[in-house]
Design a protein around this ligand. Structure first.
Ligand code: GAF
Length: 393
């Protein structure tokens, strides 16, 4: 069965109660930001290409109050974080440390103007951690929206700058050289829409995804992915080096013909990496058009091609993700249009486009098959949801 997704109001209530228990007063400010699922366009954002994510109904909530002490006191209720779940740090002495979950908070605080005072805060979240659906971006963006209310100048800051600050927080404090996709969609997501984001111009085009006959199924393989390891930075570096060999500013500007012409100058692995990026950028653009035309068959085919390319050329999938995609595709005659791994890879989730009327049957099938190979998945039926916003307490 699909998981019940915790209501945002319930999360807010839980966070406020925990705040009162810990700090003895009520929080005065709050903000929320969603996780994301990327429908197609993987490992293209840092190559200035297209991505096509949507905001999830799973969100991270931050509630709290500014203080004058200079000391920040923060608790997280999110499950799966490293301990301790309560920590303190000085607002004038922000540096990476442990617990790791707090680095995202500190990293964003370090990006705010010097006017942000110390604060007490509680975090609650329904975004699965390490599930490849951007729990980190949700925390960064929720923290940003929370802190900007203390800053006083936020109305003047263009939204793209806010997004870039959250991305920098992740680079500097989590050591993860991510692209712009996750923070962008978490900040700007729109209910009932996916977003075709051009990562070169940093401009997005909203595409309606609100056909009642079609749903987005997010399946967590429950294989935890950790992107701060060496694989993600290595892929980024390979792409940068290849762009130099192809003599283009980024792989967005490279063509298949250029790649073929330079084949001898690239090692076999790098050649495949580039082939993925060039083909994935093209697929993403086509997929957005297909969705605009309610052409789910084409969209589904492109999802499958994307998965194959990520598995074989970019090599960021894993056995469990491949199994989930394979099982989903065995239900094509039962309403599955397409399925693929989503996010950075090496674990995390798959995304499947499926007819609404068949979704429970499809879940039941994948669940049984995945169990038969010794694994346990978690399923979420996800309507495209809204981006970050302030919470009025
Ligand atoms: C991770 C990164 F954070 C994104 O920027 C993106 O590169 C994605 O992996 C792969 O598409 O989520």
């Amino acid at each position: 069965m699909a998981q019940q997704i915790k209501k945002v109001d319930t999360l807010i209530t839980e966070a406020c109660k925990a705040y009162e228990k810990r700090f003895g007063t009520k929080p005065t400010l709050g903000a929320r930001a969603p996780g994301r699922v990327n429908l197609i366009g993987e490992h293209t954002d840092y190559n200035a290409g297209f991505v096509f994510p949507m905001a999830l109904p799973m969100v991270t909530v931050v509630v709290g109050t500014p203080t004058q002490s200079g000391k920040c006191r923060v608790e997280t209720l999110a499950s799966g974080t490293d301990s301790p779940q309560y920590t303190e740090f000085q607002i004038k002495d922000l540096k990476r440390g442990t617990p790791k979950w707090c680095n995202y908070v500190k990293g964003v605080a370090a990006q705010m103007s010097g006017n942000v005072p110390s604060f007490d805060a509680v975090i609650a979240s329904s975004v699965p951690l390490g599930g490849g659906v951007s729990s980190s971006a949700a925390l960064e963006v929720a923290t940003y929206k929370f802190l900007e209310q203390m800053e006083g100048v936020h109305a003047d800051i263009p939204i793209i700058e806010k997004i870039l600050k959250c991305q920098k927080a992740e680079h500097d404090f989590a050591g993860m050289p991510c692209g712009i996709m996750d923070q962008y969609i978490s900040m700007t997501g729109r209910e009932g829409h996916a977003l075709l984001l051009d990562c070169r111009s940093e401009q997005g085009r909203l595409v309606p995804l609100c056909d009642p006959n079609v749903v987005v199924l997010v399946t967590n393989s429950n294989v935890k992915h950790e992107l701060t390891g060496s694989e993600y930075p290595l892929r980024r570096k390979q792409c940068q080096n290849a762009a130099k060999v192809l003599d283009v500013a980024s792989l967005r500007d490279a063509t298949e013909a250029q790649l073929e012409a330079k084949k001898a100058a690239l090692d076999e692995e790098t050649f495949r990496r580039v082939r993925h990026v060039i083909s994935e950028i093209k697929r993403t653009d086509e997929a957005a058009t297909a969705l605009e035309n309610s052409d789910y068959i084409t969209f589904g085919r492109l999802m499958v091609e994307s998965h194959d390319s990520l598995r074989d050329d970019y090599e960021v999938s894993c056995k469990e993700l491949d199994q989930l995609v394979e099982f989903a595709l065995q239900m094509k005659s039962e309403g599955v249009f397409g399925s693929r791994m989503t996010g950075g890879g090496f674990g995390g989730c798959t995304v499947t486009l499926v007819e609404a009327g068949s979704v429970e049957k499809v879940i039941e099938y994948i669940d049984a098959k995945y169990k038969s190979v010794g694994n346990k998945a978690t399923f979420f039926v996800c309507p495209p949801s809204e981006g970050a916003k302030k919470i009025t307490l």
